[in-house]
Design a protein around this ligand. Structure first.
Ligand code: KG4
Ligand code: ZN
Length: 348
């Protein structure tokens, strides 16, 4: 079963063709046109600009994805079983571009549509080239817009256990990078600078809600704690010393987030007797999070296997949307193009 996935929730225009078989998915093509270079001068995504870029990029990106997958225009109806589109959550004007394109293609080529929640897409990135993933699974989804623990009882069967009350983990990385004036998006930059740190400066930041009796998160206080410490150091240190201390802050900030995420993921896995733990979302690209979560699971959850998406499928892409679409299409879960609507606040 071949599926065309389309993704335009935020600032990546993406299209991909995947082939699903049994409980795993193979990627035939994966095209992502990122707008990071356009938005980075503003320190975040400007919705109006993002939507206009999507309009320019979406057809070339889809054409390239079909070409790379070896699908000729005249064979589109015959080869594709479904078009999978993310209809939320995300920026309303960005989502609309993908949705209207999917509707048009569905109508012209007479191909059914599966509508996919963007977060669900991140989760199904784990099923690309997957080894056997057993249920129940605990999924830690960490991205720029969401931080959530999910109980996955089976395919298309999700229960939200807890989420962030304020900033998402990725958003916290992005805002912290802005405070330190080191660039956008913050996650990859902070993680790179943290590698240079020596960890000998005795900087400590809080681990918000680490011992709370639930699966909720909060990261905005962590960012404020960082701001106060930076302000103090800026007054106390000369420019060179202040610059040199930034990697140390990056190390501690990253570790504070990782500690909270790992503690709650382990707790949820124990409570629900998880057979697998999955990591999902843009922050799942974080090298230390991948390593430390795996290590903790090996040490603390003997009968649980750990799964993480390949790096190419961590930040926004359409292969993950096509992957989620495959698991819906094989259960015959389609939506008539006339009823397909954008929902910027779509819940999992
Ligand atoms: O999933 P994604 O591409 O978009 C949303 O659905 O939000 O996630 C983007 C987020 C950004 O906040 C970015 O800073 C973060 O993922 N991110 C990382 C890393 N790479 C991307 N955070 C920490 N470490 C990374 N290596
Ligand atoms: Zn995302």
């Amino acid at each position: 079963m071949k599926i065309l996935g389309i993704e335009s929730s935020c600032d990546e225009t993406a299209a991909s063709v995947i082939e699903g078989k049994n409980n795993s998915v193979k990627v035939l093509s994966n095209i992502v046109s990122s707008q990071i270079d356009i938005h980075k001068k503003y320190g975040g995504v400007i919705p109006e600009i993002a939507a206009r870029e999507h309009v320019l990029e979406i057809l070339p990106v889809i054409n390239k994805a079909l070409f790379d997958a070896g699908i000729e225009k005249k064979n589109i109806s015959k080869e594709l079983s479904a078009i999978s589109i993310a209809n939320g959550p995300g920026l309303v004007s960005s989502l609309m571009v993908g949705i209207e394109t999917a509707k048009t293609l569905s109508y012209i080529y007479d191909i059914p549509i599966t509508a996919v929640n963007h977060i669900e897409g991140h989760i199904y990135a784990n099923f690309i080239n997957a080894k056997k993933i057993e249920f129940p699974a605990i999924v830690l989804t960490v991205s720029g817009g969401h931080t959530m623990l999910v109980l996955m009882k089976g395919f298309n069967n999700f229960e939200r256990l807890g989420e962030t009350r304020d900033d998402a983990a990725g958003e916290a990385f992005d805002k912290a990078a802005q405070l330190m004036d080191i660039g956008y998006p913050g996650g990859p930059i902070i993680s790179k600078l943290a590698e240079r740190a020596r960890g000998d400066k005795n900087i400590t930041l809080p681990r918000p809600m680490i011992n709370s009796n639930d699966f909720a998160f909060s990261f905005s206080g962590l960012k404020t704690a960082l701001l106060y410490k930076l302000q103090k150091d800026k007054l106390a240190l000369n420019d060179k010393d202040f610059k040199n201390i930034i990697p140390e802050y990056c190390l501690e900030f990253q570790q504070a987030i990782i500690d909270v995420l790992i503690k709650k993921t382990i707790k949820a896995s124990e409570k629900y007797n998880a057979k697998s733990v999955l990591l999902a979302g843009g922050v799942s690209a974080n090298k230390e999070l991948r390593l430390q979560l795996e290590k903790n699971i090996k040490e603390k959850l003997v009968a649980t296997t750990f799964h993480k998406p390949e790096l190419a499928y961590t930040t926004d892409n359409a292969a993950m949307i096509a992957s989620a679409g495959y698991f819906k299409a094989r259960d015959n879960v389609y939506i008539d193009w006339k009823n397909l609507k954008v929902n910027p606040n779509l819940a999992l």
